[in-house]
Design a protein around this ligand. Sequence first.
Ligand SMILES: [Zn+2]
Length: 128
Amino acid sequence: MGDLSKNFSKLEIMCPCGCGADKISPVLIKKLQKVRNIIGRPLIITSGVRCEFYNESIKASMSSSHVPDDSGTGNAVDIACTNSKERYELVEVAQKFFQRIGISGGSYGGFIHLDVDRSKAQEVMWLY
Ligand SMILES: [Zn+2]
């Protein structure tokens, strides 16, 4: 049992640098839990909230939706996804709830980025 939703906990989405930033969009978590319910197996979050310092340290985009917005809330998660079967399933289900999806293959480690950032283009899917 998670403390954010049935299957997700703050520890999983907390900034890994030690700063303690762990405020994440409840809308994002609600959608993520719906995806999890349909998939029916654990979804491993590889990145949730990232403070500016940490985000810069991993050379991620300055305008990343993982970085807390003006209200101090993170709006993105990356879900581990390293094989084609899981990728197909995750993208299919995620599209029911998310309007912004990024797909990473090989060199960046293999994950699906999901975010609820309303300040950016909707109904888009991009590659890393
Ligand atoms: Zn941090």
